[in-house]
Design a protein around this ligand. Sequence first.
Ligand code: NAP
Length: 453
Amino acid sequence: MTRPLRIAVIGSGPSGMYAADALASQSDVEVSVDVIDRLPVPFGLVRYGVAPDHLSIRSVRDTLDKVLDKPGVRFIGNVEVGRDISLAELHDYFDGVILTYGASRDRRLEIEGEDLDGSVAATDFVAWYCGHPDADRATFERLIPSSTSVAVVGVGNVAIDVTRVLAKTVAELDDTDMPQHVLDTLGTSRITDIHLLGRRGPAQATFTTKELRELGELLDADVIVDPADLAFDAASDEVIRTDKAIARNVEVIKEWSTRVPAGRSRRVHVHFLARPVELRGDDRVREVVVERTALDGSGGVTGTGELTIIAADFVVRSVGYRGTGLDDVPFDAKRGVIPNAEGRVERDGKAVPGEYVAGWIKRGPTGIIGTNKKDANATVASLMADAESGALPSASAGSAREFDDLLASRGIAAVSTAGWRSIDAAERALGATAGRARTTIHETGALLAASAD
Ligand code: NAP
């Protein structure tokens, strides 16, 4: 082949950027990579998922940003595959397509009252406080000043993030890049109680210790654990013995159960063996009906039938993310992933030529950011092996310029790497006006305007 191999990466979150990096870093074949995102800005959940007050994790974006400087790598934002261009058309311009569009939807609780006003998915709340262009600003500007007691369902890291953001004072969030309207709204909060609900025991929670500890170190919030919730069975003892991270989590929770509340303005109640079975309310949610569970000896729980009521006029359902399908791509709806073998997309057990997958849409919404590097590298290894063996179909139409012309002919205002750099500069400048390192620009129109400067 006399021209470079042309690869499209769909999605510019960590897995997409790591895939682009792996392609650009190998030296066997000359490769040009277009990283396409439906948003005008790159980095997916690093920008719109990682909690804004986790400054060191968010700084991963600097590492990802460097990938866009590598020869042959281009960012093409504000282009949605399935709306602006079809997958079949992409095959005309690219020899291979790597799908890395993640798992952006919420999993459902499937209980009565789940859709009452005031009951929201964590994915939506996180999108709002990170300044996602699609966030429902009006809902949170209404719910936050009018709520006093919140229930956060789930005890994973997202539940911890959500709880921490609600429990912190605005002063504790001021060094973040949250949009100003988010800080202003959080400043109107009258929330006094936040209930974190885990349906299993302390040894079965999925949060990590560093994130857990932070909850016990907040300026104006007490953390409260009922010693009756410290239930452990043989399965718990076994994981505590064999998994240091779980042992550390349990130590933190045990220490919290001995604390005497210091009379701070907010209280974070961490519950275990508490399974929500119904949300009740009138014009909006008012309470969560919780069934006490009992450990079943093998890592699961059974219901005891004992019900309690927790007052909550705001419920955040944080029970995991869920992947969705894309037109013309095989999809395993039960697992919320694209079926694949070593990153090669499979239809009816056979590899689809030129189609690959990496990240959460490949393996499900688990792991930390770094997990996606190994995952993306494995997918790129499969792609490069196919390029070597001749298994990769060769695109007929396309140079990079012809692809750009196609987008322009459709009136699509694609954002280039240079456009993203302009947005980046505009966000830093906006932050500087308030003495902050950056303030996120949250509207698509404003992002596009900044990209053109
Ligand atoms: P997660 O870790 O899978 O946690 C989901 C939680 O929801 C679990 O406690 C789960 O309980 C609970 N749950 C599920 N279905 C439920 C139901 N029907 N009723 C009650 N509870 C239910 O997912 P996540 O918190 O969304 O996080 C996603 C991934 O992102 C994780 O890998 C996480 O570590 C990562 N992440 C990392 C960070 C960080 O490193 N700082 C921050 C955010 C996210 P069971 O275990 O009983 O199912």
